[in-house]
Structures are given as C-alpha cells and as structure tokens.
Design a protein around this ligand. Structure first.
Ligand code: SAH
Length: 392
C-alpha cells in the first residue's frame, strides 16, 4: 500500500482521543505546510509527538474537527471489507432491537462510521454523507452495502447544508434503483415518506419510542401534534384510539402525507397548515385545549450563537403549549438542537410552563431511540431531548 501522509499531534495534545474519543481538533495538530496542502478527506495516519499511534482517520485541513478516526491502528485498510465489517455489526444491533427492517442502520460515530447516516426503509437505503472523508469512500461503502444487504434502492440525500463547510456540493440522486414515495412501518403503524424531497432522509426514526409513549396515553384523549411533519406522533395516537387528533405544520407536502397515512391507518385526523406559534395563540385565545399536546419543532438553536434567542423560543413554545393543554393533561416538548444542553432545555421548558401559573411535573426525559447509538466518548452528540410534563 502507498504510504499514507502522517498527521502529527502537538506535544501533549490529543488527550480526549487518547481516552478513546474519535475526534482530533485542528488546534491539536501540528498544522505544517504539508498538512495544510492535503486534499480534504484524505486518509491519514495519526501519531502523537511521542510517536504513539492514534490510528487511521480522514483529515480535513479546513475543518475544526481535523481528523475523524476510523480505526485505532495506523495503516488500517479502509476498503469494502472495512465497511462490510462495520455494516454487519450495525445491522446485527438493529436486528436485535427490531423485528421489521425499518430503522436507522448507521448513526455516524455511534456506529464507527463518522460522516455517514443510513436510514433503512425495507429494501431501500437512504444515505446522508456529511464529510469530505466519507464522500471519498463512497465506492467501497456501496460495494459493502451490496454484500451485506443487496438493497433494491440506494438514495443519496447529500443535501445537508453542513456539507458546504466541508467544501462538498449538495445533491440528491438515486445511486441504485428509484427514489420517491415509500411506506414506513413503525410501532405497528404505516406511514408515508418522500425520500427524495422530504426533510433529512424523509423520516425521523429518532422519535419512535417517544411516539409510542404518547400513543400509550392517547386512548379516548384529544391530541394536538404541533410541528407534525408527516404525522409521526399524531397518526399513532389516532390508531391508539385518540378521540380527536389535530396535526399542525407549515409544510403542505408533509400534511398531504399525513392525510394519506391517516387513510392507510383508517384514522381520522385534522391536518392544519400554519405557523405553530400563531396557531397556539389562536387556540388559546379561543380557550381550546387538548388532553395531550406534542411540540417537536425544527432546531431553534442552529449554532452556538443562537443559544439565547433559541432558548427564549423554547420557553415561549412551552408557555403556549401549556396554555392549550387541558387540566390533568400531558405536554411533550422536544428539541433536536444539539447546541442547547439538556439541562438548559429542561429549565427553559419548566420556566415557560410555570409562567402560565400551572403546576407541572416532569414525568419522562428521553432522547432518540437505540438505533441512534452514541459513541461513549461523545455524549454531547446525543442531540434529541424529549420531555413529557404532566400538568395539573
Ligand atoms: N414531529 C415530527 C417531526 C417534526 S420536524 C415527526 O414526528 O416526524 C419539524 C417540522 O416543523 C417540519 O415538518 C417543518 O415543516 C415544521 N415547521 C418548521 N417551522 C414551522 C412553523 N413555524 N410552524 C409550523 N411548522 C413548522
């Protein structure tokens, strides 16, 4: 094998990586002219200033996370066999967890494959690649997918804005087979997702367990699913016997899929297109309340600098959500912003609810389901927070 470039760490740097973390930051690297000249995504061997091997990774001189490690040994081959081994391990875990082939198959670092997520919808795989390093490994990756799963379709949803930071173009294409509308089976319900045009990969598997929890409370209850997207919470609640379900979202295509999923589940749902803040103000002015209110918004804290305004928006959402939650009802508030810490999110939610003068108890704090594993040394990458409050 051709000798790989070596990335050397500065003296005493790489403390977290030494303890097992898979990232090396740019300020930890001796960034000489040779390192700066490397192509983004290039495979490298990483060594400490004492000559210690940190392992094989891919390097991007322009990224804050300079190296994402793929193996703990220098000189490891990153080929179809490497991906086959990782995909097999990831698949085995999901097969232990679920009896149907609908799940997140690969969750980046949590599955040892930084820069890659794969959502599985039966015979269709939707890939999202966010780094130059993973993009340059697409060929061995797809070869391994053939070996491990031989799927009918492979869709590349490579349109995440984060790609621009890595100097990658944004595109969506079917690498194999077709893309478009597809059925999703989850918690015994049947939903529809649009893989080519929907948000992210077309479906949010991360809320699976939280949807099931809400559905478990929904029999005979009225439910408001705010920021419903394609109806993940609302459809399941309706199937579980909710007396009334209203889904609110600003996206017309998402609401069309809500209506089609409702029909497929013989569920009755009111799909309302609108802005959630405005809709909540309107409902509360009319003194309309629901036994269960779910608010699962898009990220309000997109980057660290948005923390204060984002936190304020979560507090306002909690206040407005509580205002339309019936006496003795439940309010689920979620955040998919990894830039707001869990305790800060919880305290903003609490403050917002208590502003309404209601008494409340936090009865459940959860995150993404187990098909979204977290690398043990990157606890901060657990982005989803999903809190359920019982209101007096
Ligand atoms: N709860 C959903 C996921 C929600 S994703 C599920 O279980 O799958 C966030 C949703 O918020 C998206 O569908 C987006 O269209 C919607 N959205 C974003 N801004 C909005 C706004 N101001 N008012 C209403 N919906 C909004």
């Amino acid at each position: 094998m051709k000798k790989r470039p070596i990335i050397a760490l500065k003296p005493r740097e790489g403390r977290k990586a030494r303890a097992g973390a898979p990232w090396i930051f740019s300020n930890e690297v001796a960034m000489d002219a040779a390192a700066k000249a490397l192509t983004p995504g290039q495979l490298v061997d990483v060594k400490g200033d004492d000559g210690q091997d940190f392992g094989t990774g891919y390097f991007n001189p322009k990224s804050l996370i300079a190296v994402r490690l793929l193996s703990r040994e220098c000189g490891s081959a990153v080929d179809a066999a490497f991906f086959t081994q990782h995909l097999t391990r990831a698949l085995k875990l999901r097969q232990t967890l679920y009896d149907k082939p609908f799940y997140r198959l690969v969750h980046a670092e949590g599955d040892g494959l930084p820069g890659l997520t794969i959502d599985r919808f039966g015979e269709t795989l939707v890939l999202q690649i966010t780094t130059a390093g993973m993009e340059s490994l697409l060929t061995p990756l797809t070869m391994a997918l053939e070996t491990v799963l031989s799927p009918q379709s492979i869709v590349l949803r490579n349109d995440a804005p984060a790609r621009s930071l890595e100097g990658l173009e944004l595109y969506v294409r079917a690498e194999k087979g077709a893309m478009g509308r597809i059925a999703v089976e989850e918690n015994g319900a049947r939903y529809f997702a649009d893989l080519g045009q929907g948000q992210k990969t077309g479906w949010y598997y991360d809320q699976r367990d939280n949807r099931a929890f809400i559905a478990g409370l929904a029999k005979g209850k009225s439910v408001l699913d705010a920021y419903s997207y394609t109806g993940g919470f609302g459809i399941l609640a309706a199937r579980a016997g909710a007396s009334e379900v209203m889904c609110v979202d600003s996206s017309a295509p998402a609401l069309t899929l809500v209506e089609e999923s409702a029909a497929a589940n013989k569920a009755s749902i009111r799909a309302v297109k609108g802005d959630v803040f405005e809709e909540l103000e309107r409902l509360s002015a009319q003194k309309e309340v629901f036994d269960i209110v779910v608010a699962d918004p898009p990220p309000f804290v997109k980057s660290k600098k948005d923390l204060e305004p984002g936190a304020k928006a979560y507090r306002k959402l909690a206040r407005l959500g509580a205002a339309v939650t019936a006496k003795g009802g439940m309010l689920l508030l979620a955040s998919c912003s990894h830039n707001i810490p869990a305790d800060r999110f919880a305290s903003e939610c609490g403050a917002g609810i208590l502003r309404t003068g209601r008494k409340a108890s936090l009865i459940r704090a959860a995150g993404a389901g187990p098909d979204h594993p977290v690398h043990p040394m990157l606890p901060e990458s657990a982005y989803l927070k999903s809190l359920v409050f019982a209101l007096d």
